[in-house]
Design a protein around this ligand. Structure first.
Ligand code: ADP
Ligand code: MG
Ligand code: ZN
Length: 572
């Protein structure tokens, strides 16, 4: 929709006095945070607005406050489309109880009589509610709701549509929901009702998707930096199982065993075991995952929120709608599937603005879990290619040995910042790696890897670790039995330690020179094969004719590797 542009950061609009009064009296706050006033002014002036604000930034106020401003043109009921039942529950309870704002929700779970009451209210000449939270499913399927909305719009009593957690619209978001992608009809059906979309997901592609799907091109876009200055980011190599466990316990104990935190695990089983182990070692904790029924989940979340136990061990099912300000740490027991998810999950730490630590334990083998999930199609919301790209970006972040984590994270979301911003609040800035030297893997060395694969993938695929062993000239049974030790290229990287060769191979995978696949069965194995096999052979032929194409190709792909290479300590 089009409306004259107004100055969004000024407070001289007809509604400005009411807005200030609402902030102080209803919300008992003294000042706005970044972009809140702008969002409020935009929607009250009738503009569509897209609000991009980090988790904890205060998105709710952007639509809750305008919903009680009732004396101007865009007034009536504010409809909030929200993906989560628990989220609605909490928000509405808080609005009604502590702010005295008439609000309610409509979802599949409410009783017929409640539903009838809501419909009657919407259809009355002067609806009593300011805010109505609904699920996108209701909007999709309920004819009574849709006719009530049309009637409101006709009577100019539909103040605005709010799409909270709007990243659910995009397949590139971390939480895509097909039903969200149907919300485009709002703009076509309700020309004159302003829309407001809010999200904490910063990637450009998600933003473009949201604006395109909602058809709000030309909307006011309010963005801010995703830098969270009170969060410290760390990535720690897992080491052995015992080291991993001990380190987690030591870390939490060092913060004080009653310190509030969240530990994210990949599987439900891990959650349960870890929670038990922590409790046994004096760290009070409970677990939370998607296999628990709704009531149990709600009960656990509320118990944690009330401070009955400090540490929640959870899968990513524990997420949206957590409103706990004093979370002092977020631990990732393993690497998550994407940086989008990682940012969201770590974003739950330190919402009160006080320091908090985000520590992730990493092993490249964590990718196995994620790749297996991809092939199982458990997340059919994204294509395998999309998930693969996201996974590779995540691995890239973890494998980096020198760069400021904050810079890497922000760069992924399209923000270029200097590492000065970090103030040593990441593992790389606080203790820069020493003894980093340039090392060049020669083209011959890289070629030996590809040659090994070229011959060994003939009929039998090999795993990453097998390939590492082959490159390093190990003589274990699996290798000698198949005669892999006689292959060209075998042992050419024998002078490197295991981790270094693994890092090299991982880089080749990230750069798309090698490909990694999970092949069927219950006990999936990951195999590596050369995807550039044909290109490689082609280049080899050209090379024989004296062209240096392949050499250039590999030298180019080596370049970044060199800077990150840390030589093994020479014990001799
Ligand atoms: P988001 O939805 O962006 O993750 P919320 O809307 O849930 O964040 O707000 C996070 C917290 O910030 C809430 O506890 C809220 O009361 C608080 N908050 C929001 N706006 C302000 C403000 N202007 N001043 C102080 N606290 C605020
Ligand atoms: Mg929110
Ligand atoms: Zn840093």
């Amino acid at each position: 929709m089009t409306t004259n542009r107004i100055n969004l950061s000024e407070q001289n609009h007809p509604w400005s006095r009411d807005v200030t009064k609402a902030l102080q009296q209803s919300f008992r706050l003294t000042q706005f945070r970044t972009n809140q006033l702008e969002a409020i002014n935009a929607t009250l002036s009738g503009r569509d607005v897209f609000v991009l604000m980090p988790t904890g930034g205060g998105k709710s106020l952007c639509y809750q406050l305008p919903s009680i401003i009732q004396r101007y043109e865009h007034r009536g009921v504010t409809i909030v489309i929200s993906p989560l039942l628990s989220l609605m529950h909490d928000q509405v309870a808080q609005l009604v109880k502590s702010r005295g704002i008439p609000a309610t929700f409509l979802n599949g779970e409410i009783s017929a009589s409640q539903r009838q009451w809501i419909m009657n209210d919407l259809n009355s000449s002067k609806p009593s509610m300011n805010l109505l939270y609904i699920t996108p499913e209701q909007l999709q399927s309920s004819t009574s709701l849709n006719s009530a909305l049309s009637s409101l719009a006709q009577r100019q009593l539909l103040a605005r549509f709010v799409i909270d957690e709007a990243h659910c619209i995009s397949q590139w978001g971390h939480d895509f929901r097909p039903v969200y992608s149907k919300l485009g009809f709002l703009r076509s059906r309700y020309h004159n009702v302003p829309l407001m979309a809010l999200t904490a997901t910063a990637t450009q592609i998600v933003q473009r998707d949201i604006i395109a799907v909602l058809k709000i091109q030309g909307c006011e876009i309010l963005k801010q930096s995703f830098h969270r200055k009170n969060l410290t980011y760390q990535v720690i190599d897992k080491g052995s199982k015992k080291q991993h466990m001990d380190d987690m316990k030591d870390f939490i104990t060092s913060l004080g065993s009653s310190t509030v935190g969240i530990i994210y695990c990949l599987t439900t089983k891990q959650c349960e075991t870890l929670a038990k182990e922590l409790t046994a070692s004096g760290i009070k904790s409970d677990y939370y995952h998607g296999d628990l029924d709704m009531n149990t989940r709600l009960r656990k979340q509320q118990a944690w929120q009330r401070g009955e136990f400090p540490v929640m061990v959870a899968t990513i099912a524990f997420g949206m709608g957590i409103d706990k300000a004093d979370v002092r740490f977020v631990v990732h027991e393993s690497m998550p599937a994407s940086l989008e998810g990682y940012y969201q999950e770590t974003g739950r730490a330190g919402r009160d603005g006080k320091p908090a630590v985000c520590r992730m334990y990493y092993s490249y083998s964590d990718t196995h879990f994620h790749r297996t999930m991809m092939t199982k199609g458990s997340s059919q919301r994204k294509t395998v290619k999309q998930q693969c790209e996201q996974l590779h970006a995540m691995v890239n972040y973890c494998e980096d040995q020198t760069e400021c984590r904050r810079c890497l994270l922000l760069a992924y979301f399209g923000e270029q910042v200097s590492s000065n911003l970090c103030q040593k609040q990441c593992d790389h800035c606080s203790s820069p790696a020493t003894g980093l030297t340039m090392h060049t893997f020669t083209s011959d060395e890289i070629k030996s890897v590809v040659t090994l694969l070229e011959f060994s993938s003939d009929g039998n695929s090999i795993t990453l670790l097998q390939l590492v062993d082959m490159c390093r000239g190990m003589k274990n049974k699996a290798i000698t039995e198949k005669g892999l030790n006689r292959l060209n290229g075998y042992g050419k990287l024998a002078h490197f330690d295991k981790r270094t060769v693994e890092r090299l191979l991982v880089q080749l995978i990230l750069k798309g020179i090698l490909d990694e696949r999970v092949t069927g069965g219950k006990y999936s194995h990951i195999y590596i094969r050369v995807i550039l096999f044909i290109a490689f052979s082609l280049l080899k032929k050209k090379n024989r004719r004296g062209k240096q194409l392949m050499i250039f190709f590999f030298i180019d792909s080596n370049y970044r590797l060199d800077q990150r290479y840390q030589p093994p300590i020479n014990k001799s």
